[in-house]
Design a protein around this ligand. Structure first.
Ligand SMILES: Nc1ncnc2c1ncn2[C@@H]1O[C@H](COP(=O)(O)OP(=O)(O)OP(=O)(O)O)[C@@H](O)[C@H]1O
Length: 254
């Protein structure tokens, strides 16, 4: 169980996250939704200890994250939204670097790595430098690297971005299977169909504040006849002026 209590994060004077409190239970797929800049990545970066909260706390299985950082990090697979990969390395060199950073023995990761490589259709590319990879291939390399050691808690920041439909489908199947084993899957997405298909529980953030936390089923039941997309757009509200669409397109025809 992950418990986030009254978590706030400021970047200078910017209040990116304000008083976030929620629980994430094992065995569920938990989705973070929110417009650009809502605070999803900030929450995730706090969960994986990349940044320190301004106030508030996080516990994982009862252990305070601030006090048990290394122990908890061992349990987490993290896929960042903008991965910092070493483009001059081949995919295999990159995975080997991650294995040694996490002190994983080759014999322990080899079988799982080979299966992930085959699943994501990357066998032909393992010895190519990542500089030559397309956006989606880099995302696959990052996903394989994150999932090498089979940690209990997966935290994936917009993991489907750039993936082809087959790879996105396969990743969704992996996420479901991981949760069905009683493990935890947390991800952020802008794809509301994916969220509706996958998530057991949701948190919707709006300018750093939690505006919904609960099950997808409850949310759909509360707004009978509406899709998650319609409900989300009503809740999150428009940012920007819809009339500008006409203005902008109108301009091009004048
Ligand atoms: N390093 C930083 N320094 C200053 N402000 C930041 C920093 N990182 C994020 N912010 C600000 O914090 C707010 C939340 O950003 P965050 O990246 O958490 O949003 P997000 O929900 O992940 O957005 P997106 O969907 O665009 O990825 C934004 O206003 C952003 O400009």
């Amino acid at each position: 169980m992950i418990e986030i209590s009254d978590l706030s994060k400021n970047y200078g004077t910017k209040q990116a996250l304000q008083h976030l409190t929620l629980q994430i239970k094992p065995g569920e797929i938990f989705g973070f939704l929110g417009h650009n800049g809502a605070g999803k990545s900030t929450t995730i970066k706090n969960l994986v200890s990349i940044i320190e909260p301004t106030s508030g706390s996080i516990t994982v299985d009862g252990l305070d994250l601030a006090e048990h950082r290394q122990e908890i990090k061992q349990k987490i697979a993290y896929v960042p939204d903008t991965p910092d990969i070493f483009l001059q390395l081949t995919a295999m060199e990159y995975w080997n670097l991650l294995s040694s950073a996490y002190e994983l023995a080759e014999k322990d990761v080899q079988a799982r790595r080979n299966k992930l490589v085959a699943l994501f259709n990357m066998a032909e590319h393992v010895d190519e430098t990542m500089a030559s990879f397309s956006h989606g291939m880099r995302q696959k390399a990052v996903l394989i690297g994150a999932l090498l050691s089979d940690p209990d808690i997966w935290i994936l920041d917009e993991p489907m971005q750039g993936l082809d439909p087959q790879a996105a489908y396969d990743l969704k199947q992996l996420m479901k299977a991981h949760a069905q084993k009683g493990k935890t899957v947390i991800f952020s997405t802008h794809n509301l169909d994916t969220a509706q298909q996958l998530c057991d529980e949701l948190a919707i953030l709006k300018t750093g504040k939690l505006i919904y936390n609960g099950s997808v089923q409850d949310l759909l039941a509360q707004h009978a006849g509406k899709s998650l997309e319609e409900i989300y757009l009503e809740m999150a509200g428009r940012q920007g002026d819809s009339h500008l669409v006409d203005d902008i397109e109108g301009d091009t025809h004048e």
